[in-house]
Design a protein around this ligand. Structure first.
Ligand code: G3P
Ligand code: MG
Length: 242
C-alpha cells in the first residue's frame, strides 16, 4: 500500500509548505498530496483553504492577493514559532524540487468553492515544463475539472475526489468517465464500495487516514493508497507488516 503525505507532513509541520514536503520525503513515503489555487495576479500557489485566515498571520481570500503579497504572510503562523517563518510555496517551486525525487504528487485542483480561470491549464503547463507527467495524479472535488484534465492530458491519470459520504457504484462511475482512481474520504467507505471499485479495476487512494484502526482497515481492504497527515507513522507500520 502506498502512503501519500497529506499537504506534506502536515501532522508535524506547517501544511503545504516546502518544510512539510521535505519532511514528507524524509519519512520514506511514496508521494505527496497538495492543493493548488491562483493568486490575484494569476500565479499558481500551493494552499488549502480559499482564505488565508486559518493557517497564516493574514486574513482574506487567496484570490485577492498577488503572489508577492501572499509571500509576505507566514504560513507557519499557527505553530507559534516552532518551525520559524515559512512562505506559501508556488507550485513551480514545488515542481523544481520534486522533479529530483522519486515522489509521486497528487495535485488537488481547488476549484470546488471558487472557480479559478485557467487553473487546470496553468497547473498542467507547469507539470509539462518539469516533465513530471509520469509522477502526477490530478484530483478534484469538482469533477468538471477532472474531466477537463482528462481531455487536456490523456497521458496523466486522474482521481475522482469525493467527500466522506462517498459515491455508490463508484467503480462504475470512474470507469465510465475514464477516471483512473477513486479518492474517497475514509468515513463513509464500505467494503462494498471497495469491491465495486475492484470489479471495475479502479484503485482507491483514501483520505485522510490518521489513526491506526483506519490504516489497518484500508490495508486489509487492499486499497492502493492512503493519504495521511502522519506519513512517517504509516510507513513505519507498513514496514512492520513485511
Ligand atoms: O485530496 C485528499 C484531501 O486532501 C481532500 O480534502 O480538504 O484536505 O483537500 P482536503
Ligand atoms: Mg487536498
Amino acid at each position: 500500500m502506498k502512503v501519500y503525505a497529506h499537504r506534506g507532513y502536515s501532522g508535524r509541520y506547517p501544511e503545504n509548505t516546502m518544510l512539510a514536503f521535505y519532511k514528507a520525503e524524509e519519512s520514506g513515503c511514496h508521494g505527496i498530496e497538495l492543493d493548488v489555487q491562483l493568486s490575484k495576479d494569476g500565479e499558481l500557489v500551493v494552499f488549502h483553504d480559499e482564505t488565508i485566515d486559518r493557517t497564516t498571520n493574514g486574513t482574506g481570500c487567496v484570490k485577492d492577493y498577488t503572489l508577492a503579497e501572499l509571500k509576505a504572510f507566514d504560513a507557519a503562523a499557527v505553530w507559534n514559532g516552532v518551525h520559524g517563518v515559512q512562505q506559501i510555496p508556488t507550485f513551480e517551486e514545488y515542481c523544481q524540487w520534486v522533479k529530483n525525487t522519486d515522489l509521486v504528487t497528487n495535485v488537488e485542483i481547488k476549484s470546488g468553492v471558487y472557480y479559478y480561470e485557467e487553473l487546470e491549464e496553468k497547473t498542467l503547463a507547469i507539470v509539462r515544463k518539469y516533465g513530471l507527467e509520469k509522477k502526477i495524479i490530478f484530483s478534484s472535488f469538482n469533477h468538471t475539472s477532472v474531466t477537463l484534465l482528462r481531455r487536456l492530458a490523456p497521458d496523466i491519470p486522474c482521481g475522482a475526489l469525493v467527500e466522506h459520504a462517498g459515491l455508490g457504484n463508484a467503480g462504475y462511475y470512474c470507469a465510465k468517465y475514464d477516471f483512473q482512481y477513486y479518492h474517497p474520504g475514509f468515513k463513509g467507505l464500505t467494503e462494498d464500495v471497495v469491491k465495486n471499485c475492484k470489479k471495475h479495476h479502479i484503485p482507491l487512494n483514501v483520505w485522510t487516514v490518521n489513526d491506526m484502526g483506519t490504516l489497518e482497515q484500508m490495508y486489509d481492504w487492499e486499497c492502493e493508497g492512503v493519504i495521511s497527515n502522519y506519513p512517517g507513522v504509516c510507513v513505519g507500520w507498513l514496514k512492520s507488516r513485511q
